[in-house]
Design a protein around this ligand. Structure first.
Ligand code: ZN
Length: 316
């Protein structure tokens, strides 16, 4: 593998901590701290951040300030500001707030779909169609991603048939989304499964095959990201400090740790466009905003290897 030093990043790291992370912890990060944290992430070179989800504040008080957080993120140059929207009302609010991209969670598991959005999978595809129509009418420049959740297994129904996952991706693509990612919501995935599913999805929907969203619940987050990379995936969701976790599984970590993911790619000579030292510094505003919350990550604890030079290809 050879890389042109003048070319842009080879992979896009999409930081989901301010959404996926913050909505999984009990405490609510004050708005001013969220803004500082997002600015620090941008300062490190992160160019896509899922900053909030547009859901009723009574369901998720952690996200009550979504609009204000979006307004702040929109001031950061070159940043794609993303928000999660589970329904049409959320999409209306997110588009009105001016986001560049929305992501819609679409469960591959029927049981998870009913529990999470109280809709069958077919009903959820109708919602996707409505959101696409709204976007086409009111904000044609905004990108829409479908994130196929529970794509690798479900805590409620257990096994999720791979055919179901691929069918949901095909339906979302046909409904008009711009890209379709696969999410290991439950941390069940393994690298062989990741390769198989991303390969099948690409052969089914071609260029609309999108991001890998991996959790590190069983320690396979990085292995799964590498498997996806080898299958041609170039967009990866991750969370600073692996923020997230599950209140019902003490000690379980959440999303793939951004610091470790960036280190892995940079060490391989795969450019992320992100400065690791500044990325690690972005943990400070996170810690200040969520005192006492455990953060994960091997690279921040161990430090960079002696003689490690970022941006230099280590591939011979
Ligand atoms: Zn997630």
């Amino acid at each position: 593998m050879s890389f042109d030093p003048k070319a842009g990043p080879d992979v896009l790291i999409s930081e989901v901590g301010p959404r996926d992370g913050l909505q999984s912890v009990k405490a609510t990060m004050p708005t001013e701290h969220k803004k500082r944290w997002i600015s620090a992430l941008h300062d490190a070179g992160i160019r896509e951040i899922e900053v909030a989800s547009f859901v009723p504040a009574k369901l998720l008080p952690q996200m009550a300030d979504a609009e204000e957080v979006v307004r702040h993120a929109l001031t950061l140059p070159g940043l794609t500001v993303m928000a999660l929207v589970p329904n049409l009302r959320g999409a209306e609010a997110a588009l009105a707030a001016g986001v560049h991209k929305v992501t819609i969670p679409v469960s591959a598991s029927e049981a998870h779909s009913l529990a999470n959005v109280r809709k069958t999978r077919e009903q959820m595809i109708d919602t996707v169609r409505e959101i696409v129509a709204l976007r086409n009418r009111t904000a044609p420049g905004v990108k829409i991603e479908a994130g196929i959740s529970t794509a690798f297994g479900c805590t409620i129904q257990g096994l999720v048939a791979e055919d179901d996952v691929i069918r949901m991706a095909a339906w979302c693509a046909a409904a008009g989304v711009d890209d379709c990612g696969l999410s290991d919501t439950t941390g069940y995935a393994n690298p062989a499964q990741v390769r198989r599913l991303f390969r099948r999805m690409r052969s089914e929907i071609g260029e609309k095959a999108g991001a890998a969203h991996m959790h590190n619940t069983r320690g396979l987050g990085l292995a799964n990201c590498l498997a996806a990379f080898e299958e041609g995936v170039r967009v990866f969701d991750s969370s600073l400090g692996g923020l997230g976790g599950c209140p019902y599984a003490p000690g379980a970590s959440g999303n793939v740790v951004t610091e470790d993911l960036v280190f892995m790619f940079e060490a391989m000579g795969v450019r992320t466009g992100i400065d690791i030292d500044r990325l690690i510094a972005a943990r400070e505003p996170l810690k200040a905003g969520l005192p006492g919350e455990p953060l994960y990550g091997m690279t921040p604890e161990a430090g960079l290897p002696k003689g490690f030079q970022q941006g230099v290809s280590h591939v011979s």
